[in-house]
Design a protein around this ligand. Structure first.
Ligand SMILES: Cc1cc2nc3c(=O)[nH]c(=O)nc-3n(C[C@H](O)[C@H](O)[C@H](O)COP(=O)(O)OP(=O)(O)OC[C@H]3O[C@@H](n4cnc5c(N)ncnc54)[C@H](O)[C@@H]3O)c2cc1C
Length: 342
């Protein structure tokens, strides 16, 4: 039997949660697609899971699950998996669900296949394809030795089913004997203005090149070189943001841009940032270091704008523009504004 874990923050699921449900629906016959919803006051989310295609929901609604504390959630989810007898459990590849899946794998003494982009059923087991070595290779693997099979599915690799509120299904409440929490959540602080790179269909990203506009003169009160650089970079990122605004895109960045203080970490794409698979990725002033490519090489179409015709990003890009982004971005934004009537 297959279970899909519905990840959420405060009752709000990312699109990736429904994509995992969509992935699960490929492997069930009849009415056997079961979702697991855990939290406090999350009955409405269980209803949403049904609307998105779950035939039934195992609901653990408990005050002790109000905050996402990995050790408590892992304890609860391990109990649910044991009780249900599930032999396959799918999670979305979000930070929370990845951590949770790893802890559950330890609890249940089983393995985990992370970041699957393709799933096939063979002889009752799920065979997963996933990128390895920073996306340079794809590996196809199956856990033969242990059950349940735990897999996380990469965002935007499977279609999210549409919501149909008229659907109905059973919501079974589960009582859990939960371990005493060892941590207390004191509060949350938003970082980076709520960017949702993982869900974005289009991403416009800026790199160190965004700050390279010597023709732009900072205000005279900025005498320090670093302040001038950051001012130039922020002006440059305004151009990135304007293009993103016209396209309804999210704004991404390279680590060089983040480390230099041009933009918050929440925007970072790459090995130590977000791994994204948008339909369109526009890289502006980004050289294409392997660690950056690791985060975006599965984008369906890559466009690169760079002054240096030999920049490695052009090897991966479908369309390349060799030139100064400070001239190209305003022209592109204005042309798209006209074309899209915005
Ligand atoms: C362990 C580790 C993890 C890392 N993780 C990440 C990660 O998650 N994400 C990440 O991005 N990097 C990561 N890095 C850093 C990575 O190696 C690169 O240093 C970084 O990606 C470079 O960023 P960049 O392309 O913006 O800068 P640069 O490499 O300096 O490239 C800037 C580019 O801008 C172009 N340019 C300059 N001016 C203009 C202009 N006016 N118009 C157009 N083009 C212009 C230049 O030609 C150049 O190609 C990691 C490194 C390590 C060691």
């Amino acid at each position: 039997m297959l279970l899909v874990y519905i990840d959420h923050f405060g009752g709000k699921p990312p699109v990736a949660a429904w994509e995992a449900l969509g992935a699960g629906s490929l492997f069930v016959t009849g009415s056997d697609l079961k979702a697991v919803v855990m939290g406090s006051g999350v009955e409405a989310l269980a209803g949403e899971a049904i609307a998105h295609g779950a035939h039934s929901v195992l609901l653990a609604d408990d005050d002790r699950l109000k905050e996402f504390r990995p050790e408590v959630y892992a304890d609860g989810l391990s109990q649910i998996i044991r009780q249900s007898g599930a032999d396959i459990v799918l999670f979305p590849t979000t930070s929370r669900a990845r951590e949770l899946a790893a802890l559950v794998a330890v609890d249940l003494d089983t393995g985990i296949t992370p970041d699957a982009i393709q799933l096939v059923r063979q002889n009752g087991a799920i065979v997963a394809t996933r990128p390895i070595y920073a996306g340079k290779l794809l590996t196809t693997e199956v856990n033969l030795a242990r059950r349940p099979q735990l897999l996380t599915v990469r965002g935007r690799s499977f279609p999210a089913p549409d919501s149909d509120p008229t659907r109905s299904g059973e919501i079974a409440r589960i009582e859990l004997g939960l371990a005493q929490p060892r941590t207390e959540v004191l509060g949350y602080k938003q970082s980076g203005g709520g960017v949702s790179l993982s869900d974005a269909a289009i991403i416009v990203s800026g790199g160190r090149g965004v700050a390279n506009n010597p023709a732009l003169h900072p205000p005279p009160e900025l005498t320090n070189e670093k302040e001038q650089e950051i001012w130039r970079a922020r002006e440059g990122f305004k151009l990135v943001g304007e293009l993103a605004g016209v396209l309804g895109a999210a704004v991404g960045a390279s680590r060089a841009a983040v480390d230099a203080g041009y933009i918050p970490y929440a925007h970072q794409v790459g090995q130590t940032g977000k791994v994204v698979s948008p339909d369109l990725y526009i890289a502006c002033g980004i050289s294409g270091a392997i660690q950056h490519l690791a985060g975006m090489r599965t984008a369906k179409t890559i466009v690169a704008i760079n002054k240096d015709a030999d920049a490695p990003i052009f090897k991966l890009a479908r369309f390349g523009v060799v030139g100064d982004l400070h001239q190209i971005l305003p022209a592109l934004t204005s042309a798209l504004r006209q074309r899209l009537g915005k």
